[in-house]
Design a protein around this ligand. Structure first.
Ligand code: PMP
Length: 360
């Protein structure tokens, strides 16, 4: 069986080594006679896997001691509601940077959960850049400002979290563990693991302990951050398979230089595709402003959209799949997450060069 190069925006490709390990131990986990996902989530075997994954994530993401790591379900999407429900008390509000489709969606849910306002809106410039810090409106009563560190659909990214003098809440769903977090500026970061870290099912929340102490006290148990923290993220049955594979993926990342290694890979690999776009003298274009170009989701267009179908058919035939851009943006999108092998990126760059020469 030959594996394709999967540039899907999520769920993502996983390393062949990790998949092999999982399949080898799937039916009999450590001599127990059953797979890990058939065990009780209270069994010593699972609890060890669960705690190891949390500790490992803390280490790899360089999470300071005054933050708690929570493993939850409901994806990034549940956090759009859960964060304001927990953090924004009556009489307070929260600012939302609408830098793209996901920032806009986060704000939409926040308006239903608590008071909120638009701190910056990139719609007028077609979501092609991120705001400068001084463009973001910070109201005195704001509990936090929410930013999306990487807009998955438009392919734009914050290179550094802004210092606004108010805590940030950051949706890191699509650039999780590809760049470091300026922890002193944030109260909470969250993201699903299914792009850079593992299979869908697990969402990670990293929350400052002082913010945890200030959370709303009257929420139903699953919606309350403190109730998950108190239970060590074992309040109810966790997404065991996703936690298990995420633990393996974290080990894989540690063996490849950890966060610094992943940041270097993301920079180097995305640059390879942006370089082809730049060198193509207009055959390919990137709608994102150069300083905001995402290192995980490379969005590009062909100058002649009549060639889109041929580009997609020929890439697919070459084993390079899931390159079609989001329907709201059009064109192409190459999602290059942590587990994409370098060879996959080289093959795509080579294909793009050859295609431009043959069709241009
Ligand atoms: N935020 C961003 C930036 C995303 O890319 C996504 C998923 N594509 C989400 C939130 C929603 O995440 P989930 O599917 O895990 O609920």
């Amino acid at each position: 069986m030959s594996r394709v190069r999967n540039f899907c925006a999520g769920p993502c490709t996983l390393p062949a080594e990790v998949l092999d390990e999982v399949s080898n131990e799937l039916s009999d986990f450590e001599g127990s006679g059953m797979s890990l996902i058939e065990m009780s989530h209270r069994s010593p075997e699972y609890v060890a896997v669960h705690e190891d994954a949390i500790d490992r994530l803390r280490r790899v993401l360089e999470v300071p001691d005054d933050f708690e790591v929570l493993f939850l379900q409901g994806g990034g999407l549940l956090q759009f509601a859960m964060v304001p429900m927990n953090l924004v008390p009556a009489g307070s509000t929260a600012g939302y940077v609408r830098s793209g489709a996901w920032g806009k969606a986060a704000h939409g849910d926040a308006t239903r959960a608590s008071s909120s306002y638009v701190a910056w809106d990139g719609q007028d410039n077609g979501f092609t850049r991120m705001p400068q810090p001084q463009e973001i409106e910070v109201r005195s009563e704001a509990r936090y400002v929410h930013v999306t560190s990487n807009e998955t659909i438009e392919g734009i990214q914050l290179r550094e979290l802004p210092d606004l003098g108010v805590p940030l809440v950051v949706d890191v769903s699509s650039d999780f563990l590809t760049q470091s977090v300026e922890w002193e500026r944030v109260d909470l970061v969250y993201g699903g693991v299914q792009k850079n870290l593992g299979p869908a099912g697990l969402a990670v929340v990293v929350i400052r302990r002082s913010a945890l102490d200030g959370c709303a006290a009257d929420l139903p148990s699953y919606l309350s951050f403190p109730s998950h923290a108190k239970a060590g993220s074992l309040l109810n049955t966790p997404p065991m398979f996703s936690v298990y594979v995420t633990g393996k993926m974290l080990r894989w990342i540690e063996a490849r230089g950890g966060l610094a290694g992943m940041a270097e890979r993301a920079e180097r690999r995305s640059s390879r595709i942006y370089d082809v776009i730049e060198a193509s003298t207009g055959f390919y274009t990137s709608p994102a402003e150069p300083q905001a170009r995402s290192r995980t989701n490379v969005v590009f267009r062909l100058a002649d959209p009549d060639l889109d179908a041929r580009f997609l058919a020929e890439t697919r035939a070459a084993g390079l799949v899931n390159l079609k851009g989001h329907r709201s943006v059009g064109g192409m999108r190459a999602s290059i997450y942590n587990a994409m092998p370098d060879e996959g990126v080289d093959e795509l760059a080579g294909f793009m060069r050859d295609f431009a020469q043959a069709a241009g």
